[in-house]
Design a protein around this ligand. Structure first.
Ligand SMILES: CC(=O)SCCNC(=O)CCNC(=O)[C@H](O)C(C)(C)COP(=O)(O)OP(=O)(O)OC[C@H]1O[C@@H](n2cnc3c(N)ncnc32)[C@H](O)[C@@H]1OP(=O)(O)O
Ligand SMILES: CC(C)C(=O)C(=O)O
Length: 384
């Protein structure tokens, strides 16, 4: 039996991911992605924001009615009509969760909510109690926690846990925090809140400074046991922490993390491709894990190393995240060993080292002129 804690993977591609301008999904598309997330063994799927539109209500309902192995969640503001809509949409779920939030930073409370801090606490407590009347599993988020006062968060969180919240989420809503700072916030909250042991602490990081994954992982080191993330890092503005990066960091560095995840990582690449196809958001080639080049090698020294022993230049196996294999790409940086090995796969053997040398010289000339060297190019070069 493993001694490690479980890290809950909460996917919000269908909610926060959908908030990327241009990434809206209809209910059938959401269900298709949700099925893929279920196959991947994601623990919680945030399917949408039920009050947002009749279509999103229907989407949350369709996902809740059809997905049985993952918990299905809907977001709601800290107000009864939102929470009621979430509860109604989740009625058919095997396991449902209502997620309610309210901002806790001085900036948001004053300028956006136009509420006094005490009113925010009242709204939060009332909302969590109301949500618990509809559903056993309630999550509460302190929106803009990354810019909130620690003492105030301790106060509101202690009260919402007493009101029945089981998961407490600490979003860095605008991606403002740095890893040490964010991890310290999580550590302090867990240490200082007297009833913190009654809830799971969760992180939800945005990528405005490119730190969403680093911040999430730093927080896991300090006790966070749920990470909210999205496929391909899709999400509001610069996006959310990317699921594939968080999961593969945990899996690749078991020496470093005291947690484990249940994710079946072989479904990562197909899920990434599905999300990209449905949303129309292309995945950049050098994106970690799911980019086309994540397991491709063009440089001769790297190709030679990988051909001799894969781990010289690969810290993960392409097959483990759902690629068919790693790839050797022949180009101007390639060397003889990869060239010879690639031609052998095409059925070409060299009788002697002079023939190999001549073909290799011709190949390098071609590679200086041509961006992509195709197998046809190589075969016609060999014929010549
Ligand atoms: C950080 C995040 O990602 S938060 C989630 C963001 N996602 C979304 O907003 C997508 C879905 N949203 C929507 O469809 C709409 O904004 C709705 C249906 C929720 C609300 O629409 P409207 O009623 O027209 O309000 P509108 O969006 O213009 O303004 C938000 C109102 O909610 C209030 N509000 C914002 N957050 C909260 C909260 N957590 N709890 C209570 N009230 C809140 C605002 O202060 C504002 O109130 P006001 O109208 O009295 O000024
Ligand atoms: C509502 C919360 C969870 C959120 O999306 C954020 O603060 O970024």
């Amino acid at each position: 039996m493993s001694q490690k804690d479980k890290l809950v993977i909460f996917d919000t591609t269908l909610r926060d991911g959908e908030q990327s301008p241009g990434a809206s999904m209809d209910k059938e598309e959401k269900l298709e992605i949700a099925k893929q997330l279920e196959l991947m063994k994601v623990d919680v799927i945030e399917a949408g924001f039920a009050i947002a539109s009749p279509g999103d209500f229907e989407a949350v309902k369709l996902v809740a009615d059809n997905i049985k192995d993952s918990t299905i969640c809907s977001l709601s503001r800290a107000m009864e009509k939102d929470i009621q809509a979430a509860g109604d949409a989740l009625k058919g779920a095997n396991s449902g969760r209502i997620h309610t939030f309210i901002a806790t930073s001085p900036l948001h409370m004053k300028h956006k909510l136009q509420m006094e801090p005490e009113q925010v606490i009242e709204h939060a407590v009332r909302s969590v109690k109301f949500a618990r009347g509809l559903c056993d599993d309630v999550e509460f988020s302190c929106e803009d926690a990354g810019r909130s006062d620690l003492d105030f968060m301790c106060k509101i969180i202690e009260q919402v846990i007493n009101a029945g919240a089981r998961t407490i989420n600490i979003p860095d809503t605008v991606g403002y925090n740095l890893p040490d700072q964010y991890a310290n916030t999580i550590e302090q909250l867990i240490q200082r809140i007297p009833n913190s042991d009654k809830a799971i602490f969760s992180v939800h990081c945005h990528n405005d400074l490119g730190l969403a994954v680093a911040n999430s992982l730093a927080a896991v080191q300090k006790g966070a046991r749920q990470v909210e993330c999205t496929i391909n890092g899709l999400g509001e503005r610069a996006g959310n922490a990317s699921l594939e990066e968080v999961v593969m960091a945990i899996k690749t560095r078991p020496d470093y993390f005291d947690v484990e995840v249940d994710i079946d990582t072989r479904h990562i690449v197909p899920t990434s491709q599905l999300v990209s196809k449905i949303t129309g958001f292309a995945v950049q080639p050098n994106k970690a894990i799911v980019g086309d080049n994540a397991f491709a090698h063009e440089s001769g020294i790297h190709q030679d190393g990988v051909l001799k022993h894969r781990e010289t230049y690969e810290i993960m196996r392409a097959e483990d995240v759902g690629w068919a294999n790693n790839r050797m790409v022949l180009g101007k940086h390639s060397g003889r060993n990869a060239f010879k090995s690639h031609l052998a796969q095409l059925g070409v053997q060299f009788d002697n080292s002079d023939d190999l040398h001549d073909a290799f010289v011709a190949f390098k000339k071609l590679a200086d002129q041509k961006h992509d060297i195709l197998d046809e190019d190589l075969l016609s070069l060999i014929k010549r």
